[in-house]
Design a protein around this ligand. Structure first.
Ligand SMILES: [Zn+2]
Length: 238
């Protein structure tokens, strides 16, 4: 295995960790089971026991036109740490990615982190030039781990978004296979860090997203990579 296939875990903020791998297939397979257990739009998978092969069969037929295109369709990932134990308890076809996911959970717990948030990106992080996938996933992490950030979204920003725009976004999210339980979280992440092409056609959208972006920038500046130097990342192998 080449060195570029190694997983790195970065500590991005107090409770936000990022798993990075330059190989998008390996990154996707690392997250797949946990991502779908957490928020699959298919009730047969969300919160349920399922095998990877069963998921691949379903996905290839439903979305991949007969191919398993999942690693190509999704670039970034995000899951709450608490989902790892809930999911792994149900697994009957344990593989090496599960073992590493369990190891990651254990590693965080050894640092007394039990309610962290884990994001995934298909490249090693350049903290001076964080790209849009990383920022998008970091916005999910802030939403789930920073009460102040969440309050700014739920109390100040989301209530100002017209219902019509929320409905238009919900339609777009359905096409992107997002479960309705994460629509608000996806809306804040896209509005804060960069919108989808389909959203750009919504009249007045730029004025709606501007305060989200301003809000995110201040939190990003304040929280991103503000951690102890030697603590910044660990490398592990599968
Ligand atoms: Zn997202």
């Amino acid at each position: 295995m080449e060195k570029t296939d190694q997983f790195r875990v970065y500590k991005l903020a107090e409770k936000i960790f990022c798993v990075a791998n330059k190989n998008p297939y390996r990154l996707a397979m690392f997250f797949l089971r946990y991502q779908e257990f957490y928020e699959s739009n298919n009730p047969d998978f969300k919160g349920k026991q399922f095998t990877i092969v069963k998921y691949m069969d379903w996905y290839a037929n439903k979305y991949g036109k007969g191919l398993f295109s999942y690693p190509d369709d999704f670039a970034g990932f995000n899951i709450p740490q608490t989902i790892i134990k809930d999911c792994i308890r149900t697994v009957t076809d344990l593989n090496e990615y599960d073992i590493q996911m369990d190891f990651l959970d254990h590693h965080l717990k050894c640092q007394d982190i039990h309610d962290g948030y884990i994001i995934g990106v298909p490249y090693y992080i350049d903290e001076k030039k964080p790209n849009s996938i990383l920022k998008h996933e970091f916005a999910h992490g802030l939403y789930r781990t920073s009460p102040l950030y969440r309050a700014s979204i739920e109390h100040d920003l989301l209530p100002k978004v017209p219902k019509k725009i929320k409905k238009q976004c919900a339609k777009i999210f359905e096409n992107y296979m997002y479960d309705s339980s994460v629509h608000e979280d996806e809306m804040q992440a896209y509005f804060s860090t960069g919108i989808l092409t389909e959203m750009r056609k919504i009249p007045g959208i730029q004025d709606i997203v501007a305060p989200f972006q301003k809000n995110f920038k201040s939190f990003f500046k304040d929280k991103f990579m503000k951690v102890n130097g030697s603590d910044k990342y660990h490398t592990f192998n599968i």
